[in-house]
Design a protein around this ligand. Structure first.
Ligand code: EPU
Length: 431
């Protein structure tokens, strides 16, 4: 077990290059299962979630070859869907994309119920609704999902999602792209990774239109062929570094980004008195003044992303005044607040609302990463806190941030990865 040790109070300067988008990569790698031929995928983030998915594909018979740290070639021509590594599938949320991919190509699928970060109930009823509408019999039992296409091949259908869901939109898109006939997904999610998955599938021969709007139309094709594709930059990784400099102070260039995808984050940071300047494929973020309060409400794209809520909460905990955060996507995404409180943050949570009373400074403490973005939030708090912060359970952070320590160190942060046997100081009693 490893931990991060952070000595806070150092402003950040320099340039950080953003990796490929996790939430696009974790759908595109399973999508490669549908392709007969070689998919060359570039800008794959080097994180444990993508490693796990590549391992799962390899177990299924895919040939996966890393050409360099961020480029992989996947050949699923000979894949058979017999038994799969269910223990691995259970660990990650994105294993649910294997349902759509397997059903689409083979007409049947057996996967586990998905794992991933725990912030309340994470149902997959909309995925099942979509697959059922496409003509699959889906059964969930004993922690497994079994799905079979009636007649061996799915059939296009009109599907209205009752909830705007990234996962259900992508999963139905996967299943439908090799179904017979035309599918329409209404009330679809519009996140950049939805467009990226559609672009990937189209470049392999699919016919998907309207991705990025709330109505996606898919004309099923018989086969997908090999090709090359480059994953978009990670909106949330970029936003996390923007939040880090907002909290710690300084000036950084966040490069290899699509500034348009960051608009919602840049707008909030500007309201807080942070300067954000956009270039073609980078943004410069500068924080020289004290931070001002603001309110945040998370919503599906193009609203403010729930995956940036914990990081912005960490930033707001030292802003002047009282900020109100409303979580509009997940039922329970405030578990990390207890960790920030250990560092002196004044935050009250009532249901989906958090009231953040800005304090003059945070103080370093031993804290835990409760999930991926919660982990990013405590790291950000540690960067601006006075003294030493120890972060444990960093395996959550490494699920989604490529080389967080290396990138922050290059910006001048005092953060290091330490082995468990160096004891963290005991947690002071909080009354
Ligand atoms: N929902 C349902 N039924 C469903 C599916 C979703 O009620 O069948 C509800 C959820 O409970 C939630 C809302 O719809 O309240 C949105 O869930 P969504 O399906 O959009 O989430 P997801 O696909 O499971 C992805 C990301 C999450 C991110 C959300 C929202 C992946 C692997 N995960 O999850 O990312 O928070 O979209 O944008 O793409 C992260 O990266 O830290 C992360 C958690």
């Amino acid at each position: 077990m490893e931990k991060y040790r952070i000595i806070g109070g150092k402003p950040l300067y320099g340039e950080v290059e953003i990796s490929g988008a996790k939430n696009a990569a974790v759908a595109i790698i399973p999508a490669a299962l549908m392709v007969e031929g070689v998919c060359r995928i570039e800008n794959v983030p080097e994180i444990s979630d993508t490693d796990m998915l590549l391992t799962i594909l390899s177990h299924l018979g895919a040939k996966c070859r890393m050409l360099n740290k961020s480029t992989v070639e996947i050949d699923c021509t000979r894949v058979q869907i017999n038994e799969a590594p269910y223990d691995l599938m259970r660990k990650i949320r994105a294993s649910y994309y294997l349902i759509g991919a397997m059903l689409g190509r083979f007409g049947r699928a057996k996967t586990t119920m998905p794992g991933g970060c725990n912030f309340g109930v994470r149902p997959i009823d909309q995925h099942i609704k979509g697959m059922t509408a496409l003509g699959a019999d889906v059964e969930v039992s004993g922690g497994f999902v079994f799905a079979t296409a009636r007649g061996g091949r799915l059939k296009g259908a009109e599907i209205y999602l009752d909830k705007v869901s990234v996962g259900a939109t992508m999963n139905v898109m996967l299943a439908a792209c090799m179904a017979e006939g035309r599918t329409v997904i209404d009330n679809a999610a519009r996140e950049p990774h939805i467009v990226d998955l559609a672009n990937f599938l189209n470049s392999m021969g699919a016919d998907i239109r309207g991705a990025g709007t709330d109505s996606i139309r898919i004309n099923g094709v018989r086969k997908l062929h090999g090709g090359s594709y480059t994953i978009i930059p990670d909106q949330i990784e970029a936003g996390t570094y923007m939040a880090a400099v907002a909290a710690a102070g300084g000036e950084i260039r966040v490069s290899n980004v699509i500034p348009k995808h960051l608009d919602c984050i840049s707008a909030k940071l500007r309201e807080m008195g942070v300067e954000v300047e956009e270039d073609e494929d980078s943004v410069v973020v500068r924080r020289m003044r004290p931070l001002r309060r603001t309110n945040i409400k998370t919503q599906p794209y193009p609203g403010f992303p729930t995956d940036m809520q914990p990081q912005l909460c960490a930033v707001l905990s030292t802003a002047q005044g009282t900020s109100v955060i409303t979580e509009g996507v997940w039922d329970n995404r405030y578990k990390y607040v207890n960790e920030l409180r250990k560092m002196g943050a004044q935050i009250q949570v009532d249901g989906k609302t958090a009231i953040v009373e800005g304090v003059d400074r945070l103080t370093g403490a031993p804290v835990a990463a409760c999930d991926l973005r919660a982990g990013a939030a405590v790291v950000i708090a540690g960067l601006c806190a006075e003294g030493e912060t120890w972060v444990e359970d960093i395996q959550y952070i490494e699920r989604g941030y490529q080389d967080l320590v290396g990138k922050l160190r290059a910006l001048g942060a005092d953060i290091e990865l330490v082995e468990e046997d160096i004891p963290a100081p005991a947690m002071p009693q909080i009354c």
